[in-house]
Write a protein that binds this ligand. Structure first.
Ligand code: NAP
Length: 326
């Protein structure tokens, strides 16, 4: 099978294209023939060796996959053979085939492509868990999404609109703001403009927002927190800007707001059953056409290093997906 491997942490351009033996399924596992693999900022950090946890070398990058089940290990349910599924794996998605526990495979809803399914689980589960369970988002509330043109940001826009929120998308470039508006945001602002807070009132009719969805961190977080209305919630999702902000805690008191950590991965590791109702809601919403996870673009495997580099360089738009078929 074709695969990409990381032998040394560093620039994605140092990844090697290899021909490797197909994986053999162990007891309880299935082999998925990869149709598409989703990539995110964390995958790029793992290759660069800059993530908080290091993956032992050598490894095949990529942690989200969609494809068809083509082989079963002992004890894996026969009914799975030939089924189209999506799944998460700590590594290994940038390969023609991957062996995974049968229990981790989720059927792909009929009305979405393999590309959409491969980019779905992480960003959409994080968004639904973050907005519904952690943020208690209610219909009619106003949500500010930071990094709104990235993969995690665009999923949050889609989920928030499905939940009946008004969405303000904050992003650094015209192209990202357009992508966020296309994903359903009501308004887009340029949060690299130092006075961006002043843009809120003329655009929305109010000076504040009810929730902030923050996968970015850095200097953006404090300004966003200052936009919260009394009772507002600032959802801490990630630190793509690199710097972990140190927020003056008196702001939470003065604004009578909450700062809430959203760690979907930690949540389901602590309680694996918790993801079942989340995925059920999400796949129902996909089937009903309430959310729209199709990625803006997909790329052939040969472009995977470039796609990973774009994530590191803040140039990626939406959820990038690598396709394994033409
Ligand atoms: N908490 C959870 O459960 C969870 C789950 C999944 C991912 N995450 C986190 O969510 C974050 C976003 O992931 P993603 O896959 O959506 O990434 P992404 O597609 O690259 O989007 C991140 C956005 O952050 C902004 N950004 C600001 N400074 C940046 C910098 N120096 N480098 C890169 N981006 C920068 C960019 O938007 P602008 O250019 O518009 O500023 C970019 O579009 C990551 O930190 C990831 O670890 C958290």
């Amino acid at each position: 099978m074709k695969a990409i491997r990381c032998h040394n942490y560093g620039a994605p351009s140092t990844l090697t294209f290899e021909e490797l033996p197909d994986p053999e399924p162990r007891a309880g596992e299935v082999v998925i023939e990869t149709e598409a693999a989703g990539l995110g900022y964390v995958d790029a950090l793992l290759v660069a060796g800059r993530y908080q946890v290091k993956t032992p070398l050598p490894f095949i990058p990529g942690s989200e996959v969609a494809g068809k089940i083509v082989a079963l290990g002992e004890g894996a349910p026969e009914a799975l053979l030939g089924k189209r599924v999506m799944a998460l794996s700590p590594r290994g998605a940038l390969a023609g085939r991957i062996a995974l526990p049968a229990l981790t495979c989720i059927p792909v809803p009929d009305n979405i492509s393999a590309e959409a399914a491969a980019g779905f689980i992480v960003s959409y589960c994080t968004a639904l868990y973050g907005l519904e369970e952690c943020g208690k988002l209610r219909e009619g509330e106003t949500l500010l999404v930071l990094g709104a043109g990235g993969g995690v940001g665009m999923a949050a826009i889609d989920i928030a609109k499905a939940m009946g929120a008004k969405v303000i998308a904050a992003a650094s470039s015209e192209e990202k703001r357009k992508a966020a508006l296309d994903a359903g945001a009501d308004i887009a602002i340029d949060y690299t403009n130092p006075d961006w807070r002043k843009e809120l009132e003329p655009l929305t009719g109010r000076k504040d927002v009810d929730l902030v969805y923050d996968p970015v961190g850095g200097d953006f977080s404090e300004t966003a927190l200052r936009c919260l209305a009394p009772g507002g919630r600032h959802l801490v999702v990630g630190f793509a800007a690199g710097d972990i902000p140190r927020i003056p805690l008196n702001l939470a008191l003065l604004k009578r707001c909450s700062i809430v950590g959203v760690d979907w991965g930690g949540h389901i590791r602590a309680n694996p059953a918790a993801n079942i109702p989340l995925m059920k809601t999400l796949t129902n919403w996909v089937s009903e056409g309430r959310i729209h996870p199709e990625p803006a673009a997909s790329y052939p495997l040969a472009e995977a290093p470039v796609v990973l580099q774009r994530l590191l360089d803040r140039e990626s738009i939406g959820k990038p997906v690598i396709r394994f078929r033409d």
